[in-house]
Design a protein around this ligand. Structure first.
Ligand code: GDP
Ligand code: MG
Length: 201
């Protein structure tokens, strides 16, 4: 049973990051509306909200699909700060977009100050395997270095689209459970200390 009966379903906040043209919007729209949008406005950032069932529990996902504005550090940092989990997307057909993930990862870690922030490295456009420029092995090595999962997706065929959003929500959920345990642990410690002081007085 929920401790707060008035609260709605849990809300998990996901941020899409990655270079322009890698398919952040296409992945978001495929997840949201089950369709492949080929010509989404490249400079448009937007947020989306949807109720989904995560392992039998109704939750809400909030997706912020970022665009060019991230070039302004202050706006970007605000976006990142609001996120509970990140899909860091590149295109397997574009090596530059893969190299750029390093910078996104660093920016996120700097803002969130948390090495184990829920995060997936996503190699999109896996339907274009014949045009692959980033070897699978390199992607796996990078993910291993960061201790994050690596998943290849296609916003066109829908391959692994649900998987990346649901896997990330599971990471966010378990992170929140850990945090609340840690908080109640600390609260208990504080009570113990207070009680100790009381007995001393
Ligand atoms: N073949 C293929 N094309 C894709 C895929 N995802 C996105 N695209 C195309 O790549 C272009 C850029 O996608 P978009 O979602 O706007 O990228 P964003 O700038 O990261 O939001 C568009 O023309 C999409 O149709 C994919 O998985 N496979
Ligand atoms: Mg976009």
């Amino acid at each position: 049973m929920s401790k707060k009966p008035t609260a709605g379903p849990a809300l998990h906040k996901v941020i899409m990051v990655g270079s322009g043209g890698v398919g952040k919007s296409a992945l978001t729209l495929q997840f949201m509306y089950d369709e492949f949008v080929e010509d989404y406005e490249p400079t448009k950032a937007d947020s989306y909200r949807k109720k989904v069932v995560l392992d039998g529990e109704e939750v809400q996902i909030d997706i912020l699909d970022t665009a060019g504005q991230e070039d302004y550090a202050a706006i970007r940092d605000n976006y990142f700060r609001s996120g509970e989990g990140f899909l860091c997307v590149f295109s397997i057909t574009d090596d530059e977009s893969f190299q750029a993930t390093q910078e996104f990862r660093e920016q996120i870690l700097r803002v969130k100050n948390d090495e184990s922030i829920p995060f997936l490295l996503v190699g999109n456009k896996c339907d274009l395997n014949d045009k692959r420029k980033v070897p699978l092995n390199e992607c796996q090595v990078r993910a291993q270095q960061w201790s994050v999962p690596y998943v290849e997706t296609s916003a066109k065929t829908r391959e692994n689209v649900d998987k990346v959003f649901f896997d990330l929500m599971r990471e966010i959920r378990s992170r929140k459970t850990e945090d609340s345990k840690a908080t109640s642990g600390r609260a208990k410690d504080r009570c113990k200390k207070r009680r100790l002081k009381c007995t001393l007085l």
